[in-house]
Design a protein around this ligand. Structure first.
Ligand SMILES: [Mn+2]
Length: 353
């Protein structure tokens, strides 16, 4: 997996981005494939913000929307380009919460040009600067916070007299809640909670209960996800004196337990937070001898640096990469890389944050 860094990428402040959004009329918004709450919530929140500005905007995603997130996309589990009604022509393409073009899946080069994204709005410090313009804040817990800030720039949103429309508040809140680990992760700040307060005020005014959103996000799992958890615990292994927890799903495991990709998306969170475990590794199949890895770690370690060694990236405590090899080869490679980082740390070399 290689991404070409476009050195001509123009960095834009929130203010410049707000002005840019006001300039054009029709926008196509891209989510990353295998979507999470943040990419969908940020894109739908931005879409509705643009529509409130009188613009035309549509959101697309190359992969299906999991059921638990489909309230964000108006209960649609498929938002493909061909589903946009009436021969939509756009002026500009914006990617949201997308750190690298490979994450766009089938929409990486849908129109034959690799550099088709006009603006990337993102919160990944590892963003490869693939878009023509980039509005980036790598310190934010969620991309939804950045979209909120753009709305605030344009409409002066706050939590008292200028509350945001509920059709932006709900998706943005879903994005913020999921990507911040329900406000548990280190990137959460007082400003994060101020943005959440404005979103909650909007929902309250519209009679929407935030607890119902949490219920949909976390409260009820399909049986297939319980089977995925069962399979994960059965296959859970530990390495490096129990400092690494690891679960691999092979195509055979997927078949045996009748699992779909979305059933195992959250497994890494099941195998983190075990006493003594510093790094959790979840390996999932993405084709013949192609595996996608999700890495999570405690504060102070840096899994985005590990993922970077395999052409991936992410955040210091949550990152991912793709490796082409047999599952045994993938396991050996990732355990060796993490173990080497432990050794370097023990020698006092430390890790770049
Ligand atoms: Mn995100």
């Amino acid at each position: 997996m290689t991404d070409t860094t476009v050195s001509s990428c123009n960095m834009m402040s929130r203010e410049e981005t707000a002005r840019w959004l006001q300039t054009y009329d029709r926008y196509l918004l891209l989510c990353h494939a295998h979507p999470d709450g943040d990419t969908l919530g940020s894109a739908m929140g931005l879409r509705n913000l643009l529509r409130a500005m009188g613009k035309t905007a549509h959101v697309i995603c190359a992969s299906p929307v999991p059921y638990r997130l489909s309230f964000i996309t108006e209960e649609r589990q498929s938002i493909l380009l061909e589903q946009i009604p009436g021969g939509f022509l756009w002026d500009k393409i914006i990617s949201v919460d997308v750190a690298s073009p490979t994450l766009l899946g089938a929409y990486q080069t849908p129109f034959g040009e690799p550099e088709h994204v006009d603006l990337a709005i993102d919160h990944h410090g590892t963003n490869t600067q693939f878009a023509k313009n980039l509005c980036l804040d790598g310190a934010l817990a969620a991309c939804a916070e950045l979209v909120f800030d753009l709305g605030q720039e344009i409409f002066g949103w706050n939590d008292t007299d200028r509350i945001l429309p509920a059709d932006s508040a709900v998706p943005l809140y879903a994005g913020l809640n999921t990507d911040s680990g329900s406000f548990k992760y280190g990137a959460v700040t007082p400003a994060t909670h101020h943005r959440a307060a404005a979103m909650l005020a909007s929902m309250k005014a519209a009679g929407i209960e935030h607890a119902k959103i949490a219920e949909r996000l976390y409260g009820s799992r399909p049986l297939s996800q319980v089977m995925a958890a069962k399979a994960a615990y059965e296959n859970l292994r530990f390495f490096c004196d129990n400092r690494i927890s690891l679960v691999s799903f092979t195509p055979e495991t997927m078949k045996k337990y009748k699992l779909a990709d979305e059933d195992i998306d959250d497994i890494v969170n099941l195998i983190r937070g075990i006493q003594g475990v510093r790094v959790a590794v979840h390996i999932k199949p993405r084709g013949e001898n192609v595996y996608k890895l999700s890495l999570r770690c405690e504060q102070g370690f840096n899994v985005s640096q590990i993922a970077g060694q395999f052409g991936g990236g992410g955040h210091p405590c949550a990152a991912g990469c793709t490796i082409e090899d047999t599952v045994e080869g993938v396991e050996a490679a990732i355990v060796a890389a993490i173990s080497a980082a432990f050794d370097a740390e023990a020698c006092g070399e430390g890790m770049e944050a």
